[in-house]
Design a protein around this ligand. Sequence first.
Ligand SMILES: O=C(CO)[C@H](O)[C@H](O)COP(=O)(O)O
Length: 253
Amino acid sequence: MLRAGRLLAVSLSRLHASPTNSSHSMAYSAKIGPSILSSDLSCLGSECVRMMECGADYLHLDVMDGHFVPNITFGHPMVECLRKTVGQDPFFDMHMMVSRPEQWVKPMAAAGASQYTFHLEATTNPGNLIKEIRESAMKVGLAIKPGTTVEELAPWANQIDMALIMTVEPGFGGQKFMEDMMPKVSWLRSQFPSLDIEVDGGVGPDTIHKCAEAGANMIVSGSAVIGSEDPRSVIKMLRDAVAEAIQKRSLDR
Ligand SMILES: O=C(CO)[C@H](O)[C@H](O)COP(=O)(O)O
């Protein structure tokens, strides 16, 4: 009973927790989440700790099932181990590149996920899935692949915490950034001014300004951060670029 109470308290605290941030000028703020896909997967726990120590606002954890995408990574047992290693504080943004996202909601919540980001292309009933995720005390993220229009995501935007605009075909790290996805971000920002908008794929110091100007505020970066000799500086550079764009947008309003 005591354990059940503690689990509920932890779950509720995660529901209300957000990735840490430093800007309060708008409803949304700049947050950088390294994608650990590019790290040495045999040292995932220490890599997650290292990223948080380097100033990451949250951790973006890529779950791939070898079916929705042509690659396999890990599932909820690994997330449970990572949660024990990094402690309760870090925000785990689970990017569920899986064919049956309904199947993993409860296991991921029990393992310590903070946000469950599923793909619109992977479900026929987004509304029901959003409800299940909320009932499991996680935040809700909704992702679209490059071939999916932002208008298809829009009907759900008021029910979610975060929209993820993929800037590569999901499946692998280290791909080229698709700049032609930026109109999706700009349109979403214009329609949903306080929504968290995340970009993922090929984002680093060379491409961050496009994302920031378009209105993205949650930045996933894998190879550019993890492959860098100085991840702390890269994380700071990315966050500063986004914070500056947010400030500029608030002055222009
Ligand atoms: O979801 C992903 C791939 O499906 C990864 O998060 C993404 O590609 C990040 O890696 P990089 O920054 O190296 O492109």
